[in-house]
Ligand binder design. Structure first.
Ligand code: TZP
Ligand code: MG
Length: 219
């Protein structure tokens, strides 16, 4: 998803200048060598801006480039194993699509949850019955907040999110006050195409960052 004339590193740099606070590198088809080369180039950019880089799926690539963390899904390496390999200081995020998955991730000490897929997306093949919608995001987030274990530092919604629906997702997904818990807003949004395919990744990131800040202010 890189337009002709610009490199992935250029787009990542623009997105960070717009307000992106964490970058995840997700490559499903590249050779390991190409993935490593790309990860090193992107890491140079993220380090220059002091923004953490997470590697999707590949603990080995994260270790090889000394990325700040990884993002794993339900079918990837289990969190406890990833933690053992990465040590205590790396960030480990987990994709969760149900209250049970959220509870399990919290109990295994995930640093953040990626909740979704919220809406349909062209970036990944998802089944209609997997889509959570904003209502599902909130239910999953509430389950996480009630789980036994460290309350996650962060939770983001993912899947088909962009400037036209971000405010709705953020507002709706704010947890309700449950016995023994405090209402908490989502910490942010994870987006791919809304930034990577935008005419101006920097402007798209700035718009989304503004919506996230606004949601935090009213929470
Ligand atoms: N996991 C759930 S939805 C998704 C991933 C990786 C794709 C998100 O991409 P987009 O373009 O922001 O919908
Ligand atoms: Mg994965």
């Amino acid at each position: 998803m890189v337009p002709a004339g610009s490199t992935l590193a250029d787009i990542v740099s623009s997105a960070i200048l717009g307000g992106v606070t964490i970058v995840q590198l997700r490559e499903k088809t590249m050779s390991t060598q190409a993935f490593l080369t790309t990860a090193r180039a992107v890491h140079q950019v993220t380090q220059r801006h002091n923004v953490p880089l997470l590697i999707n799926d590949r603990i080995d690539v994260a270790l090889a480039v000394d990325a700040e963390g990884v993002h794993i899904g339900q079918d990837d390496m289990p969190l406890a194993t990833a933690r053992r390999l990465l040590g205590p200081d790396k960030i480990i995020g987990v994709s969760v699509g149900s209250p049970d998955e959220a509870r399990e991730a919290i109990e295994a000490s995930a640093d953040y949850l990626g909740i979704g897929p919220c809406f349909d997306t062209k970036t990944k093949s998802v089944r209609r019955d997997e889509l959570t919608g904003p209502r599902g995001v909130r239910a999953i987030w509430e389950a996480a907040l009630q789980a036994e274990g460290p309350v996650p530092a962060r939770a983001v919604a993912i899947g088909g999110i962009g400037p036209s629906n971000a405010a709705h997702v953020l507002g709706y997904s704010r947890s309700m006050v449950l016995p023994g818990t405090q209402a908490r807003a989502l910490d942010g949004l994870a987006v791919v195409s809304a930034i990577m395919a935008a005419a101006s990744p920097r402007a798209a990131a700035a718009q989304l960052a503004g919506q996230i800040r606004h949601a935090a202010d009213v929470a």
